[in-house]
Ligand binder design. Structure first.
Ligand code: 0RA
Length: 682
């Protein structure tokens, strides 16, 4: 970071014209209510800052001017984004009369959309522009190379602390934005490597013409660096997300361009393939924004896929009367990336991630109809495989319908009795009640005794449930444990799922903290992800957090949920008791060359000398009902993890990895972490 050459008083408010004062007020509003502009002030909002700046560089790439983007996280926690685009204009602004660079950096919504036609794509989910990032940074600077010169300006809390200064000559072009997020405005200012790199990778897949470098300078051991560049674009993307499954056909790639009425054209790109699993995985983008809620582009693709494949199937099955195929049958095992570029996207829906432009549906449908027909005609072998898979799906669908009807009829006959194993709660409110799905009968027993029966229901499961990723829907519905869950929740399954009918406000998965427990949790999550996704989207699904350790000193008991908590507690208890005692010399324990288990044993022995008992809970069943209530079930004291979908790809990657065919990536993944769970203190 260079030092500011200009003293802050240069930017004192008196120097500003009336216009600029309005500008300042605009940015003050951003600082007053940051969440209004960037979504929230937590980790997500923080990372949004990087995204906002990178999106501006991506816009340059889309306009055909930028090939390289370098994102760096500096040792002090600041972030910088460098691109080789045209550079933000530096000359006087036609209306404001000050440097355009300053206008772009300090005016809300002046991001660069000066002319709609030069900007095919507007970046940023909230589209707030780089000025917003500036306003939310305690320090920022921008360096622009343009017209053979290099210019620089610095800012504090979005207010210029220097003029736009010509700092030298330069042959290159481009923009460098450096910013240090304001600690007083964010809950956290620590950029996460993974969170940032996943988005940069995604952008590289979606924009094959750019190379994105990502450098993290923070680690003591040296920089971490990644280079994201995918010549194959979204074809590589499909390969990447489906790398854990066996593919049925080569990836099919479709691209079409439709001239726009106002100048900018609509570009539709789709890459898809079929794998040997049964779920559908369609991820869609509009102008690089992940449209989680879908929209007209997805509808257009789906209807063209159904129509084209159905026609083809009808032609080859003329003689033998096969079952009638429907849309769902063509989406079993389908993995697709849909990427649309459109001049003026209209985003709708709860999270503003659903494309509303009506014309796009027809455009995509026509493109896919044409190109897919051509593909099927010239690849008869692949076409046959796809149709055969759809036939199998249809047969399974019909069988599933029968067994669903059976389940329904049975329910009707038995007056919709709840499963016998369910210990229901006495309250009958779908808002205030919760159900614990518990692994194992003994833990289930403790939970039944420990719970508050007014609002907590317990459903014990025996052993592992079926892996739904590896089974067709009729088999899934035949599974006893899964049927028990469906009946207990009351809200149906798959396409019949109706969140209104859910009998509880929270669904809490409670399994041991060991490998078996985590496997069961994953199986349950996969079930919910694939067949009751709305539960996750509505934030109704949670994971209970039982403690790992109990510490006991005299009559006092403490619980620790992880190793560092255990160590902290141990310290605290020791300090408390040493207040009353003469200080004893501390014996240093050599810490190297020890296995984790050895050092844990050591710790337990050491604690024992101080009269502190540490015991490790092996499983939920080891806790008595009171302990289970105190530590894991009492809403006043427990911690729950809320399961979130997060970004669509991340979630599907997680599930594909955990439940796919190949074992190695799964092990690697489990060892790394679980992205789909976010901490939530209830
Ligand atoms: C306004 C106008 C032009 C480009 C930009 C802004 C611009 C903004 C950012 C932010 C990060 N990198 C950027 N690169 C460019 C158009 C410039 C022209 O017409 O020459």
């Amino acid at each position: 970071m260079k030092e500011n050459e200009i003293l802050p008083e240069m930017a004192s408010r008196n120097d500003y014209s009336e216009d600029s004062i309005k500008v300042l007020e605009g940015l003050e509003a951003v600082r007053k209510r940051p969440a209004m502009y960037i979504g929230d002030t937590g980790e997500r909002g923080l990372h949004h800052l990087i995204q906002e700046v990178v999106d501006n560089s991506i816009d340059e790439a889309l306009a055909g001017f930028c090939k390289n983007i370098t994102v760096k996280i500096h040792k002090n926690g600041a972030c910088s984004v460098q691109d080789d685009g045209r550079g933000i204009p530096t000359g006087p602004h036609p209306i404001k009369k000050i440097s355009t660079l300053q206008v772009v950096m300090c005016t809300l919504h002046a991001g660069g959309k000066f002319d709609k036609n030069t900007y095919k794509v507007s970046g940023g989910l909230h589209g707030v522009g780089v000025s917003c990032v500036n306003a939310l940074s305690e320090y920022a600077e921008v360096v622009v190379k343009r017209d053979g010169k290099e210019f620089r300006q610095t800012y504090s809390e979005g207010i210029p602390t220097s003029e736009v200064i010509e700092v030298g000559k330069s042959d290159g072009r481009g923009t460098y934005v450096y910013f240090l997020p304001d600690k007083t405005l964010f809950k956290t200012v620590e950029f996460k490597y993974d969170k940032t790199s996943e988005r940069l990778r995604e952008l590289a897949f979606l924009n094959p013409e750019v190379t994105i470098r990502f450098i993290d300078e923070r680690p003591e051991e040296g920089n971490i660096e990644d280079v994201f560049h995918y010549e194959g674009g979204i074809v590589d993307f499909v390969k990447y997300i489906d790398s854990h499954n066996t593919q049925l056909v080569d990836i099919i790639y479709i691209k079409g361009v439709e001239p726009g009425e106002t100048g900018a054209e609509t570009v539709a790109e789709i890459a898809f393939q079929y794998n040997n699993a049964y779920n559908e995985n369609v991820i869609s983008y509009v102008n690089n924004i992940n449209t989680i809620e879908g929209g007209t582009h997805v509808t257009g693709f789906r209807s063209a896929l159904t129509r084209t494949l159905n026609q083809y199937a009808a032609n080859i099955n003329k003689k033998n009367n096969k079952v009638q195929l429907v849309g769902d049958d063509f989406r079993e095992g389908l993995t697709a990336i849909i990427s649309i570029k459109v001049a003026e996207p209209q985003f709708e829906g709860q999270t503003k991630t659903k494309l509303g432009n009506g014309e796009v549906e027809g455009i995509v449908r026509t493109i896919v109809n044409d190109k897919l027909n051509q593909y099927l005609d010239s690849n008869p072998a692949a076409a046959k495989r796809i149709i055969e898979k759809a036939q199998l799906a249809a047969e399974a669908r019909i069988a599933a319908k029968k067994s669903r009807e059976l389940v329904r009829r049975k329910n009707a006959l038995e007056n919709s009795t709840l499963p016998g194993k369910l210990a229901d709660c006495s309250l009958n409110s779908p808002v205030d009640t919760e159900i614990y799905i518990v692994e194992g009968d003994s833990a289930g027993g403790s939970a039944k005794q420990g719970r508050d029966r007014r609002f907590q229901a317990i459903l014990p499961l025996k052993g592992k449930i079926l892996n739904v990723q590896k089974a067709r829907i009729n088999k899934i519905l035949e599974n006893e444990e899964i049927r028990t869950i469906i009946t207990a929740l009351g809200s149906g399954f798959g396409e019949d799922f109706d969140p209104e009918k859910l009998r509880y406000g929270k669904i809490i998965l409670m399994a041991d903290a060991d490998v078996d427990g985590s496997h069961i949790r994953t199986l349950l999550l996969t079930l919910f992800f694939n067949y009751m996704k709305d539960l996750i989207l509505d934030g109704k699904l949670y994971i209970a957090q039982p403690p790992l350790y109990k510490l006991k000193k005299g009559r006092l008991e403490y619980y620790a949920y992880n190793d560092s908590q255990r160590d902290e507690l141990l310290d605290r208890i020791r300090k408390e008791s040493s207040k009353n005692k003469v200080e004893e010399p501390v014996v240093e324990v050599p810490s190297d060359e020890q296995t984790e288990e050895e050092s844990e044993n050591e710790l337990i022995l050491e604690a024992k000398k101080d009269g502190i008992q540490i015991s490790r809970f092996k499983g939920l069943g080891e806790m008595n009902p009171d302990q289970l209530w105190d530590t894991t079930m009492n809403p006043e004291t427990r911690t729950l993890l809320q399961v979130t979908l997060g970004e669509a790809i991340q979630a599907s990657m997680v599930f594909q990895t955990l439940m796919g065919d190949k074992v190695e990536p799964r092990r690697e993944f489990i060892e790394r972490n679980a992205h789909y769970v976010k901490n939530l203190d209830v």
